[in-house]
Design a protein around this ligand. Structure first.
Ligand code: FMN
Length: 173
């Protein structure tokens, strides 16, 4: 099996993290991989906000938990949160953002870092608080939250992958 196929097969969603920060160089490689995702008409509608600041990370966690209606940490203790947002004015923005998310997760796997997609970014950045956070970071424009890619060192083995459903692929030969 080629290395890319192996990375795809072996990536799992990690749902428990050690508090240790990942190296800056590794973080840079992961976010750069995100930027190489394809996008509709090559418009690169997505942006990535790499959050390593603990105060902001914890604030986002609280916002996300509130949307979910829980008081657990939806980021499972992960020290890094990569927020992917995409320009609402581009018709393919949700697809573009989802591809960035997958590139981030596969790059993390390739570099030995645990990751997981955490949802509710849409609701988070529709709120006044979310908009204010983007503004405070100098981000202007009409962005939709696509997802959070959390990163860190796994504290527990992730769950084994489910078998692939029988009806996944149809051939028309
Ligand atoms: C669109 C999307 C949203 C997700 N949202 C969450 C989430 O909010 N919280 C979470 O723990 N996992 C979330 N996940 C991860 C899934 O639970 C995980 O991908 C699924 O259980 C399959 O496991 P695997 O990624 O290890 O193959 C999400 C995944 C996707 C693709």
């Amino acid at each position: 099996m080629g290395e890319t196929l192996q990375t795809i097969r072996e990536r799992r969603s990690v749902k428990s993290y050690k508090p240790d920060m990942i190296p800056e160089e590794t973080l840079q490689k992961i976010v750069e991989a995100g930027t190489w995702a394809p996008s509709g008409m090559g418009r690169q509608s997505a942006i990535i906000v790499a959050v390593t600041n603990k105060e902001l990370r914890d604030r986002l966690s609280r916002m996300n938990a509130k949307i979910m209606g829980t008081d657990m940490d939806p980021f499972y203790g992960a020290p890094v949160v990569l927020i992917v947002l995409a320009d609402k004015t581009v018709p393919t923005h949700v697809y573009d953002g989802a591809l960035v998310m997958e590139n981030l997760m596969l790059a993390a796997q390739d570099l030995g870092i645990g990751s997981c997609w955490i949802h509710r970014a849409k609701e988070e950045f529709e709120s006044e608080e979310g908009k204010e956070i983007l503004k405070s970071l100098g981000i202007e424009g009409d962005y939709e939250g696509i997802g959070h890619c959390i990163l860190g060192y796994p504290a527990k083995e992730p769950k084994k992958a489910a078998d692939r459903k029988a009806s996944y692929i149809y051939y028309a030969r």
